[in-house]
Design a protein around this ligand. Structure first.
Ligand code: DP6
Length: 338
């Protein structure tokens, strides 16, 4: 990784979509999951973050690009999560001083498109680079995870990513299963609601074990993980799609049967799911998955991406369609946000 100029660095880090989900934690504060997850790193849905280390400054400055395109002080809850990660990174690095952080997203935040994953991966990498530290992928993944956003541990790498490799704090990092060029899949995202979701993933993890289906899913996971690894290795789209759609429905069954229940789906979510099934019946290979939100990620081969995007955009229940692809992971930028 290149070194920073004058303790300032800018990084772009992508979001990712989980094929096998992280849902339920052994240690929620340190984001140590109950089960392994596998994701595909995206290319278009990214967070860009500039970090400047100011050894003599008295407090952190945290800015976010707002809807009017202006960098403004970040909302208090968001700023607090970032401040707490900055304080952790400062202790880890053994430095004093403070940071100036500016961040922007290429997509609506908190709408089930994992803005925390890309945001905390970008923040971690930008800070580490601004401090002139050189880290392995494993170390970066662990540091990003300790932001509390477990999925950020997968966003530091490109292609198909599995996390964790082990469940001890030391081994709780991601590894690349295959690079993006191995299988250039597309992800058409049907945004049915771009507002913030009602229940955070953090609360979802907390409640997961209260669902009677939690253990059932855990028992199914080893076979499911193996089926996804095998489908990726052999580029078997039908095998991949069948497993990831069932996995997404299981996650939402657990959410809906947790105490108290969480309903991330909206009527529009079901309309999109129905459309994906109709497309399949017409011979179009497409499978759906959803994170902790109402939006639907339709995984497909690039040759049918445009057709799927047009069909989804024509649904009155769909606000916008984002066309994304598998991507190569974070990149260091030369242009800073401030
Ligand atoms: C359903 O605790 O990583 O997306 O920090 O909000 O991104 P955020 O959530 P996190 O849980 C992710 C939950 C999930 C599944 C997944 O991405 O594995």
């Amino acid at each position: 990784m290149p070194s920073s100029s004058q303790h300032k660095a800018t990084v772009t880090a992508p979001s990712n979509i989980a094929f096998i989900k992280y849902w339920g934690a052994r240690n929620l504060k340190r984001a140590v999951p109950v089960n392994r997850s596998i994701s595909m790193t995206l290319r278009t849905c990214v967070s860009r973050c500039t970090a400047a280390w100011l050894p003599d400054r008295g407090k952190h400055v945290i800015e976010l690009r707002n809807a009017r395109g202006v960098l403004a002080p970040a909302p208090p809850a968001f700023a607090e999560r970032i401040r707490s990660h900055l304080n952790f990174l400062r202790r880890w690095a053994g430095v004093g001083g403070h940071f100036h952080i500016a961040t922007e997203n290429s997509f609506p935040a908190a709408a089930g498109i994992a803005s925390s994953a890309s945001g905390f991966a970008a923040l971690t990498l930008a800070v580490v680079t601004a401090l002139d530290r050189r880290l392995s992928l494993e170390e970066l993944s662990s540091l990003a995870r300790l932001s509390g956003s477990g999925s950020a541990a997968r966003s530091v790498a490109g292609g198909f990513v599995e996390w964790p490799v082990g469940f001890s704090d030391d081994a709780c990092h991601a590894r690349v299963l295959a690079p993006a060029k191995h299988w250039p899949l597309a992800n058409v995202i049907a945004v049915v609601s771009s507002g913030p979701k009602g229940t955070s993933s953090l609360d979802g993890h907390r409640r997961a074990r209260t669902s009677p289906y939690f253990r059932t899913r855990q028992r199914r996971l080893p076979a499911r993980l193996e089926a996804v690894r095998e489908a990726i290795a052999g580029r078997d789209f039908e095998q991949l799609g069948t497993v990831i759609e069932a996995e997404a429905v299981d996650l939402h069954c657990i959410a809906m049967t947790s105490v108290p229940p969480i309903f991330y789906w909206q009527p529009a979510t079901l309309v999109v799911l129905e459309t994906v099934r109709a497309l399949r019946a017409e011979g179009v290979p497409a499978y759906a998955t959803m994170d902790a939100g109402p939006n639907v990620h339709v995984i497909c081969l690039p040759r049918v991406e445009k057709l799927i995007a047009e069909r989804l955009a024509a649904l009155p229940q769909v606000e916008t369609v984002i066309r994304d692809r598998i991507g190569d992971g974070p990149a260091i930028e030369t242009r800073h946000l401030f």
